[in-house]
Write a protein that binds this ligand. Structure first.
Ligand SMILES: *Cc1c(COP(=O)(O)O)cnc(C)c1O
Length: 497
């Protein structure tokens, strides 16, 4: 299997795509064609463990890795760092939906599903290509990727990880998770700007040949742990297969039945992985793209116009979705445009120059055949958390609540009765203050910090507060660097001096 760049650069192997992160023409790597799983092969996943399912799926998407390589990577990634044996358990949400819980890993958000595995894939890819420089991972985070990347790469030999997060744009717990990270190969820097500024800055560093030369002179080579890296996407394809296998296992569906997935979306990585699972043969029904008030994707899917010109950026209680420039949409466009790299490059250039583009009618038609979209505002998110806890006895975080509310609205307006899965992306305790406020009211949180809120949430709901949160306030802060948004390259260089 070869990987193409969305902007037309020469094809490479999956391991090379993972090693590079971004293609040299600034495009993203995508599979030239997709492996095809039959319904029988998918049904055969039902009795298997998550690790075995992962091996089946990954070996087909990453044919230049040996079975032994993948087996040891999977064993290392999905082991004791997770708090449950199923790794990605499915829970029933009332009688109307299922939740695919992707937050049982070390940092309590779904980013662990990919970032626990990526360091293995990346170091193996380096070996395959005779790379003996230190792989320098640059990350822009809206809150959850940063800690997951730091945790994944922590003290991994031959790697170094530098994370940029928006100053004031992440929750107290998210910030503390990052700035208390130990290890000898980690850097954390606050950027005076929002997530889009951080992501744009990182992309700029990647496309700067002078910076690459400076790194090379230090014996380093840049790579990415953001979802622009194919190595982030492919582990995410696994859990859609796993969810489907679980639904077969519990008798909720028959092999071959379609399943809808509703995904709380920011950078479009998670939902695109579901699309890729579908392209590989998983019977995916409708993909429902759920947004918060930063609803550029809702408008895009409904109208075909991607327009950020007159859009305010909102800081919401689902901060990991506070994104206006959604990187992975480029991969979807490439697919919808029939792998036309020139066309995608032109659309991306237009977005950069004018802040907007409009896709053709035929592309819009293909988009809407597969995707639906909706969004929910802040009070809608709180109301959904409260409703879910009261009616379904299911405690959800602010991001998951976006998906839950959007799915209910979708089902109501379309009458679509297909078995539906809410992709649950974070532990409620990662956003404990907002969750507590939603179920107990504003008085409950006033005067309490995130940690006191989590303790109260635990008391009130009789659910267990994860150790990773409870221990945070007592950990020493190890990273305090702050930089201007146009001085990120200098900040990296001075951090590694
Ligand atoms: C990153 C994140 C999202 C958005 O995922 P994308 O792949 O960027 O669309 C949603 N919820 C949580 C909790 C996240 O950390």
């Amino acid at each position: 299997m070869q990987m193409l760049s969305t902007r037309g650069a020469a094809a490479v192997t999956p391991s090379m795509a993972i090693l590079r992160g971004l293609a040299p023409d600034g495009g993203l790597y995508v599979p030239a064609e997709f492996p095809q799983f039959t319904i029988e092969e998918i049904a055969a996943l039902a009795p298997l463990s998550y690790q075995e399912r992962a091996l089946c799926v990954l070996s087909r998407f990453l044919p230049d890795f040996t079975q032994d390589e993948l087996k040891s990577a999977i064993a290392g990634a999905y082991g004791t760092g997770f708090d449950c044996e199923q790794i990605a358990p499915m829970e029933k949400v009332g009688a109307w939906a299922h939740a695919l819980e992707l937050w049982h890993g070390p940092t309590l958000a779904f980013k662990d599903m990919a970032l626990q595995l990526l360091p293995y894939l990346l170091t193996m890819s380096g070996k395959k290509h005779g790379e003996n420089r230190e792989v320098f991972i640059l990350v822009a985070t809206s809150g959850d990727t940063g800690k997951a990347a730091l945790e994944g790469f922590l003290d991994v030999p031959g790697t170094r990880c530098c994370v940029f997060y928006p100053d004031g744009g992440v929750s107290q717990a998210q910030r503390l998770q990052m700035v208390t990270t130990g290890g000898s190969n980690t850097h954390v820097i606050a950027v005076k700007g929002n997530f889009d500024d951080a992501q744009t800055g990182v992309k700029k560093i990647f496309s700067d040949p002078a910076f690459a030369a400076q790194m090379d002179a230090q014996g380093r080579v840049l790579s990415s742990a953001n979802s622009i890296n194919f190595g982030r996407l492919v582990p995410q394809v696994v859990y859609y297969f796993s969810a489907y296998a679980d639904l077969i296992g519990e008798g909720a569906i028959q092999p071959g039945d379609k399943v809808n997935f509703c995904v709380p979306t920011g950078n479009f990585g998670d939902i695109l992985a579901a699309d890729y699972a579908g392209k590989a043969g998983l019977p995916v029904g409708r993909l429902i793209c759920a947004s918060n008030e930063n609803n550029v994707l809702t408008d895009f899917i409904r109208t075909g116009a991607y327009d950020i010109r007159s859009r305010a950026f909102f800081r919401t209680i689902s901060p990991s979705m506070d994104i206006l420039i959604s990187s992975n949409l480029e991969r979807l466009l490439f697919d919808l445009c029939g792998n036309d790299g020139e066309k995608v490059a032109a659309l991306m250039a237009q977005l950069k120059a004018e802040g907007a583009y409009q896709v053709d009618a035929d592309v819009l038609e293909k988009l809407q055949a597969k995707y639906a979209a909706g969004y929910v505002d802040e009070s809608g998110i709180r109301a959904e958390i409260a409703r879910s806890w009261k009616e379904d006895g299911y405690l959800m975080d602010t991001h998951t609540a976006v998906a839950s509310a959007v799915l209910r609205e979708y089902m109501k307006t379309t009458g679509d009765q297909t078995v539906s899965v809410i992709v649950s992306t974070a532990s409620p305790y990662k956003f404990g203050a907002s969750v507590l406020e939603a179920i107990a009211g504003g008085e409950a949180v006033s005067g309490r910090d995130d940690f006191a809120c989590c303790a109260m949430l635990s008391e009130l709901t009789k659910t267990r507060e994860p150790d990773q949160i409870a221990g945070l306030p007592n950990m020493p802060v190890r990273h305090s660097a702050v930089c201007e948004k146009d001085a990120m390259a200098e900040a990296v260089l001075s951090a590694v001096k």
